[in-house]
Design a binder for this molecule. Structure first.
Ligand SMILES: Nc1ncnc2c1ncn2[C@@H]1O[C@H](COP(=O)(O)OP(=O)(O)OP(=O)(O)O)[C@@H](O)[C@H]1O
Ligand SMILES: [Mg+2]
Length: 274
């Protein structure tokens, strides 16, 4: 089964899109080096801001005919084919594909509110085509909205990026509680929280070190720690140039940290029988 990783946190600016896009490309690279028969990875951008679409494809002005919005509005029987038609190759790698967001997704939430089966309008068509990919990576907007619920329902694994200053247990517990609600309340028993990803870590800030130490010592959350990405200005320069971190500077501290996270996710995928 192809694993789908959703990057989610209702806090804004914590590194969801940076992590989703770079980890997706990292997976392609690792699979290719391992001579995997299928190295293709799909990014699904569910955020109307379209940051993941912009950095990976150079555009975020997708619309009614060529975006995730098109898929959500399609008649159910046509939705898988519509999804295939709207997926574009990224500018980062021929094996990294993108189902782009659209500013119209903002309105889609209202248009679909109350429509029966609306929350499954991403999960259902994705389940038909996910097998074409080695992995799927879903970026979400900073809210618990219908779009985010759709992302969670389409995923097998949730990864929660979090900045050290938001590492307080209360906020994290509410994200994890939301994921558990989706699993239990929506009968999506396979969804699991597969990791917390600490981002923008600055070891010179005493509070960051303190919070990270507390997280590591926490009996439940400590076990979920997937990796620690340092605060690194290479990230903003790479964004500015619409490049991946690995292309912009493979030796940057954040690149090296993402490589480690990718390695453990690919290991996890092979153990999970993907
Ligand atoms: N490791 C890092 N070091 C320095 N800056 C970073 C790092 N990760 C992300 N950033 C910067 O932080 C900002 C937010 O990152 P990003 O867009 O990935 O967060 P997000 O959680 O997707 O935001 P949103 O909630 O708005 O979707 C960007 O300007 C990005 O360049
Ligand atoms: Mg984002």
């Amino acid at each position: 089964m192809t694993r789908s990783f959703v990057f989610t946190n209702h806090k804004g600016g914590v590194g969801k899109s940076t992590s989703a896009t770079n980890i997706a490309l990292g997976m392609v690279n690792v699979l290719r080096r391992a001579n995997a028969t299928n190295c293709r990875v799909l990014i699904i951008d569910t955020d109307s801001q379209g940051h993941a679409s912009l950095v990976t494809t150079g555009r975020k002005d997708y619309g009614a005919d060529d975006s995730l919005y098109t898929v959500l509005m399609a008649d159910r029987p046509n939705a898988p084919q519509t999804m295939i038609n709207c997926i574009v190759p990224s500018q980062w790698d021929a094996d990294l594909h993108v189902l782009p967001a659209s500013p119209m997704l903002e309105g889609a939430e209202r248009e679909l509110m109350g429509v029966a089966g609306a929350p499954y309008r991403l999960a259902d068509p994705l389940s038909k085509i996910a097998g074409q990919y080695a992995a799927v990576v879903i970026d979400t907007r900073p809210s618990f909205s219908l779009m985010t619920e759709m992302g969670l329902l389409a995923a097998t694994d949730a990864i929660v990026p979090v900045e050290p200053r938001y590492l307080e247990t209360v906020g994290l517990t509410s994200v994890i509680q939301k994921i558990n609600d989706i699993r239990e309340g929506w009968r999506h028993p396979n969804l699991r929280v597969s990791g917390l990803l600490v981002t923008k870590m600055d070891t010179r800030v005493r509070g960051h070190n303190h919070l990270l130490a507390e997280l590591k010592a926490h009996p439940v959350l400590g076990k979920l720690l997937l990796g620690v990405i340092p605060a690194n200005e290479a990230v903003s320069y790479a964004h500015r140039d619409h490049q991946s971190l690995f292309t912009y500077d493979p030796r940057a501290s954040a690149s090296k940290a993402y490589v480690q996270v990718v390695a453990s996710l690919v290991r996890y995928m092979s153990q999970a029988g993907a």
